[in-house]
Design a protein around this ligand. Structure first.
Ligand SMILES: *Cc1c(COP(=O)(O)O)cnc(C)c1O
Length: 353
């Protein structure tokens, strides 16, 4: 793939790296590529970060034909820049796209676009401890047509956003609200995809939890409202009686790269990990009898997000001692150790630029 590069003539001032919030600051350039039925993907280009002009009839505005990905580039303690399992994101984006009848974006082109853009923007990768450059690939349907039908044209783009430390004061346990009214996804739906509509539909649950004084939603399955799916926009894991259990991938659950990495890592440590259905009732019992030792969310942004408190059926339970579990801390240190080049990458997960 040939990528044309147009550099900005007006580079932005770099932000104060110490006070960066998530997702508010964008770099100088972006990658863009167009798709037309019959012609395929064409016109790969890196251009100054800019507004996109689209016909108001474009499919994306009416029927939410949009998918995205979330990943990071890390500036290592050894000065090397690393991506973490980027091909998993490329493949996942194609699985999301297939569900929404969007065209496949070749994995090799995804990797080339990503590496070329990050390399060009490497001065935007924060170097302070625990910081990173968040990468947001997006695909939208652009055909101006009001009928509900498969779009004939698409835009793929990648934007970059430097982000500060997720835990400036160390891992911070969160309080979880079990949502039994709204659901995030159903089997047969789009739960396994990163499509914008999933997140639009989840906002009300998140708002409800916040209004009630909680920081995240524990989503239950859409059919029975009985089994645990995810927590906020993270996968969820529980350590019960020394064993780690996590909901199996049913189609309603997003197959997280972090989830997969944690499962591999735990198994490599000789721990028992089981992917299966977990009922709220089982979790309630484990919390009540003390066999629930740790609970945590997993995702690219937070890596590991310890759950310190769970309210189930009117009872408030502290998980472990309400602080960061030993295993949660070890997983966080081990994963981020590989990402920031502090630990040997024995799994072959990182891709150096
Ligand atoms: C992105 C996401 C995750 C985590 O996936 P990672 O690849 O680990 O970042 C989990 N659940 C939902 C709903 C997500 O959108």
């Amino acid at each position: 793939m040939n990528i044309s590069i147009t550099k900005t003539t007006a580079p932005k001032a770099k932000p104060d790296w110490h006070t960066l919030k998530f997702g508010n600051t964008f770099t100088d350039h972006m990658f863009m590529m167009d798709y037309e039925e019959g012609r395929g993907w064409h016109d790969a280009r890196i251009v100054p970060y800019q507004n996109i002009s689209l016909d108001p009839a474009s499919c994306v505005f009416h029927y939410a034909v949009e998918i995205f990905e979330g990943m990071k580039a890390y500036y290592g303690v050894d000065g090397k820049i690393r991506l973490f399992r980027p091909e998993m994101n490329a493949n996942r984006m194609n699985r999301s796209g297939a569900r929404l009848c969007m065209p496949e974006f070749p994995v090799a082109d995804f990797m080339q676009a990503l590496k070329t853009l990050v390399e060009l923007e490497k001065d935007w990768i924060p170097t302070l401890p625990d910081t990173s450059l968040y990468i947001r690939p997006v695909m939208i349907a652009t055909e101006p047509h009001l009928g509900v039908s498969i779009s004939k044209s698409y835009l793929f783009y990648i934007m970059l956003s430097p982000v500060g430390a997720y835990y400036p004061e160390g891992l911070n346990p969160v309080k979880i609200f079990v949502e039994d009214e709204y659901v995030r996804a159903v089997k047969g739906g789009t739960g396994f995809t990163k499509c914008g509509g999933n997140y639009a539909a989840s906002l009300i649950g998140q708002k409800k939890a916040h209004d009630l004084g909680y920081s995240q939603v524990l989503w239950l399955d859409g059919e029975h409202h009985q089994y645990i799916d995810e927590v906020g926009t993270m996968n969820v894991m529980f350590k019960i009686n020394g064993e780690v259990v996590t909901p199996e991938l049913t189609g309603a659950i997003l197959p997280g790269v972090t989830r997969d990495s944690v499962i591999h890592m735990l198994k490599s440590w000789g721990m028992k990990v089981t992917e299966r259905r977990i009922s709220l009732e089982e979790l309630h019992r484990a919390a009540a009898d003390g066999s629930l030792e740790e609970a945590f969310g997993t995702g690219t942004a937070a890596v590991i997000s310890p759950i310190g408190n769970l309210d189930i059926a009117g009872h408030s339970y502290t998980v472990g001692d309400g602080g960061i579990g030993q295993l949660s801390q070890k997983l966080y240190d081990s994963l981020t150790g590989i990402q920031w080049g502090k630990l040997k990458d024995e799994f072959g997960w990182t891709v150096e630029l």
